[in-house]
Design a binder for this molecule. Structure first.
Ligand SMILES: [Zn+2]
Length: 259
């Protein structure tokens, strides 16, 4: 592929596609937790119900051209929309920059986009939609057959990821008598395992728990409340992105410390 097209063209294409995915992410983030169709109806202004035309829906550019306001009623449009579109472009660029213009690079880009959506949805609604994790898991397992890779770690990783959360959840219920983590976390870790394999998914669990604990301590200034709710999926998603991009480097550093 790289012989046919200039790398600059391919990076540009990745950025544009990523921004379009980011634009669709805005729809997913708003509608999936509310159980609304992600296809219909077309996006409209929530105040004046004016339908958004295709040329007003170009990632980032339209928001800038409209100066962040609805053309019908001048209601401000949140800067979050273009920011998610920019983040989508960044996800696509980082995936192919790190892993090349290969199926592995493509699946890394898709994983980062899925993690972005899941992190934002869980942060806002405390929900991890099965639609995203199941679709992601299928992509992750499917990608493990491409680029001459051995698919076994993907299947093992999915089983270990989902199994680890199930075990923690059952243990928590035995000790505390309440359900600590939901099915959303189980599916999310299954998906992450499919992409990152057994070691990657265990690193993600460790990193997610670490990030979540640090955040909980920081946000309560050290006064942790038992039973407080934490969007664990957001921290798992962040940890998975770190493991994807820097996992081997972190493992080498850690093993170097132990020596
Ligand atoms: Zn309007």
């Amino acid at each position: 592929m790289t012989q046919v097209f200039e790398p600059g063209f391919l990076y540009g294409l990745a950025a544009v596609l990523g921004a379009c995915f980011g634009s669709f992410s805005n729809v997913l983030i708003h509608r999936l937790p509310r159980n609304l169709s992600v296809v219909r109806p077309r996006s409209a202004c929530p105040r004046c119900a004016r339908q958004i035309a295709w040329h007003e829906n170009i990632p980032v550019l339209s928001w800038l051209l409209l100066r962040g306001r609805c053309r019908g009623c001048a209601m401000p449009i949140s800067a979050r929309y273009p920011l998610v579109e920019l983040a989508g472009a960044a996800c696509a660029l980082i995936g192919v920059w790190r892993f090349g213009f290969t199926f592995t690079g493509l699946s890394a880009s898709l994983l980062l986009l899925l993690l972005l959506d899941i992190a934002l949805i869980d942060w806002e609604h405390m929900i991890i939609p099965h639609t995203l994790t199941i679709a992601g898991g299928v992509v992750g397992l499917g990608a493990s057959f491409l680029d001459g890779r051995d698919p076994a770690p993907a299947f093992l990783g999915a089983a270990i990821g989902a199994g680890a959360i199930l075990a923690v959840s059952w243990g928590y219920r035995l000790v505390r008598g309440v359900v600590g983590m939901g099915g959303g976390d189980v599916m999310l870790m299954g998906m992450i395992g499919a992409f990152l394999g057994p070691w990657g998914v265990l690193g993600t669990l460790f990193g997610g728990a670490l990030l979540g604990t640090v955040w909980a301590l920081a946000s309560t200034r050290g006064r942790l409340q038992t039973g407080a709710k934490l969007p664990f999926g957001t921290f798992l998603a962040a940890a998975a992105a770190i493991v994807l991009l820097a996992g081997p480097a972190i493992a080498r550093w850690y093993l170097g410390l132990a020596r």
